[in-house]
Design a protein around this ligand. Structure first.
Ligand code: AGP
Length: 611
């Protein structure tokens, strides 16, 4: 959940303050409880670490030039120990010879700590990371790679770490077990980062570390090994397609607003790649071969948070369009509940980051019983894409805001394309119906643009509800998971309590909360369920609750005292792609009016890489 960064200057000494702060800001979305830097230079080792955001650290650093040969940076999402200056990274061993930054959890830290204490090691923080620093320090006798490998073999848990020693002014070690770490090869500088955005401002040439690998960066030299066996590993350098502009705000006030506005463009891009025209068959690279090798009787979709909601929408698409039975599970539930599925059930794991620990765990559980895995992922080279049998990329570009927006609609687009691909390949729908749906799908980006043009209507609606503390979102059928996603968006960035319900469930309990002024957002796309949603609305209005309707049949609600946000007409199966935008914008303006930190909401981190 933390962001880590390391730099090694190949020759001479460089100013490192700017590099570290720029890189840390780019990965701040991974955690923002505290931040710190360490710089090893001609004047020795300099460390500064502070509770709070990177801006607090920057204030403490002042304008001083901080030159060095090796640098470390860290932005933290606290697991062990409260966010404080002392618990912030980097951490050192008690003799101050070793300095490390760490992402992950050391599960056996208590017993290791006890063992080290009996040998005279003193601890000053509440963190598990300090245990790792001391373990490496304990084994260190001048051979840093050997000490790091030896310590890693004693650690249970997930970690990626960057390690430097005070007496090794050109050396930096990166080590990976279950959490991402990659090397950036820049001119005159080598970088380590928990994701590519950490050094994207300087280089796009990367090498991904796999689990069980260690990299030893020694000036310009870079060698990889298996840290369990010490055997050398030959790695391929790759070029990432993302560029630095994509990872910047580009004139928008927040990343979230930028990412909301990027949706028409990124979905156009997906469609250009996978569905160039309504007359072309859907092309999903690798899916033909994948399907030819297996008989699929069930699709088991897993994900967390927003990705879970995408899975739930996907079930309606895959069952409705393609006639494939689906089950959907929260990944952390799938992890501990072994359903009786086997090799005829294909697991579809949905994840923006491709690093969510629960989703990776569920994939491992399901592949252990023979289920082949398709990943729908955004981050190229992420752990999920390495473990899956096939990856379909969502191509949304970097999503920096903690609240997921464009990743969600890109996931929905890929799921729609899979459903269309199956329907087409196995003739589950008449060709003319499929062609009509493809035409409609190709028209979605332009309709999204129309919704974005009416965004100020949603700002006005957010003003209407600016003082409420609770919100219901209701949908039926495919709109039900969209309601859940709308509620999650409002909750996570505005801190207003919100729940997404299936409309039919209201009478079974939830309606008890309706009283004068209690607000409900109804999702009513054109479908056979509109009358049912009108029924929900009447029940709420008769109890003097307030209603806001997101609909593409606004005339159906014209005679009622409700707020209506109309969206362009489309087939019901595509309506989640359009309805998501007003819900994102409503949550956005609600958060803004409450003066929330929209891109970095409290207690959250972008990638949840620990269970
Ligand atoms: C959504 O706004 C959240 N940031 C969160 O629910 C997120 O979707 C979830 O943690 C899953 O992340 P992933 O897609 O990277 O696996």
């Amino acid at each position: 959940m933390c962001g880590i960064l390391g730099t090694v200057i190949h020759d001479g000494v460089n100013e490192l303050r700017e590099t570290l702060i720029t890189g840390l800001k780019a990965v701040e979305y991974r955690g923002y409880d505290s931040a710190g830097v360490a710089i090893l230079g001609p004047n020795g080792l300099f460390i500064n670490k502070r509770a709070g955001k990177i801006a607090v650290l920057e204030d403490h650093l002042g304008g001083d030039v901080l030159s060095g040969t090796v640098g470390l940076g860290h932005t933290r999402w606290a697991t062990h120990g409260v966010p404080s200056d002392n618990n912030s990274h980097p951490h050192q061993d008690f003799r101050e010879r070793i300095t490390i930054v760490h992402n992950g959890i050391i599960e056996n830290y208590a017993e290791l700590k006890q063992e080290l204490m009996t040998m005279g090691v003193e601890f000053t923080t509440e963190t598990d990371t300090e245990v790792a620093a001391n373990l490496i320090g304990f084994y260190y006798n001048g051979d840093l790679p050997a000490a790091v490998c030896r310590a890693a073999r004693r650690i249970d848990g997930s970690f990626s770490m960057c390690v430097m020693a005070k007496d090794q002014p050109r050396m930096l070690i990166g080590i990976r077990n279950k959490l991402p770490l990659l090397v950036g090869h820049g001119p005159g500088v080598t970088y380590l980062g928990s994701d590519v955005t950490a050094f994207l401002a300087y280089t796009r040439e990367v090498t991904y570390l796999a689990d069980g690998e260690i990299v030893v960066i020694d000036g310009p030299a870079c060698r990889f090994m298996d840290w369990r066996t010490g055997e050398p590993v030959v790695k391929q350098q790759e070029r990432v397609e993302w560029d630095i502009e994509q990872a910047q705000k580009g004139g928008f006030e927040t990343f979230m607003m930028k990412e909301i506005h990027e949706q028409p463009a990124v979905i156009r891009q997906i469609l250009e790649r996978y569905l160039p025209s309504e007359d072309a068959p859907v092309y999903l690279p690798g899916l033909d071969d994948f399907a030819a090798e297996r008989e699929t009787r069930l699709i088991s979709l897993v994900g967390c948070g927003t990705a879970f909601h995408a899975c739930k929408v996907g079930k309606y698409m895959l069952e409705g369009l393609a006639g494939v039975p689906c089950r959907v599970q929260l990944a952390h539930e799938a992890l501990y509940h072994q359903a009786p599925i086997g090799k005829h059930a294909v697991t579809v794991a949905v994840s923006q980051s491709g690093e969510t620990a629960d989703t990776l765990g569920a994939v491992r559980t399901q592949s252990a019983i023979g289920s082949p895995v398709i990943a729908i992922a955004n981050v190229v080279g992420s752990s999920l894409t390495r473990e899956a049998d096939l990856t379909l990329y969502t191509m949304a570009g970097p999503e920096i805001s903690v609240a997921s927006t464009k990743a969600f609609t890109c996931q929905l687009t890929v799921l729609t394309l899979i459903a269309l691909w199956v329907a087409e390949k196995f003739q589950r729908k008449p060709p003319e119906e499929l062609k009509r749906l493809k035409t409609e799908l190709l028209g979605i980006p332009a309709k999204m643009e129309l919704i974005l043009e009416s965004k100020y209507t949603l700002e006005k609606l957010a003003r209407v509800y600016r003082h409420v503390d609770h919100f219901y979102y209701l949908g039926r059928g495919i709109s039900y998971p969209v309601a859940m996603e709308g509620a999650l968006k409002l909750k996570e960035i505005s801190y207003v309590h919100a729940e997404g319900y299936a409309g039919g469930e209201m009478k079974h309990g939830a309606i008890a909360l309706i009283e004068p002024g209690f607000p409900t957002c109804l999702l009513a796309p054109r479908s056979n369920l509109v009358d049912k949603m009108v029924g929900n609305m009447e029940e709420i209005l008769s109890r003097k609750g307030e209603v806001m309707v997101v609909t593409n049949v606004p005339q159906r609600f014209a005679d009622y005292d409700v707020h209506v946000f109309p969206f362009p007409d489309c087939p019901q199966v595509l309506s989640p792609l359009l309805m998501s935008l007003p819900l994102q914008l409503f949550a956005y303006y609600s958060a803004k009016l409450r003066d929330r930190d929209i891109d970095q909401p409290r207690n959250l981190a972008k990638s949840v890489v620990v269970e």
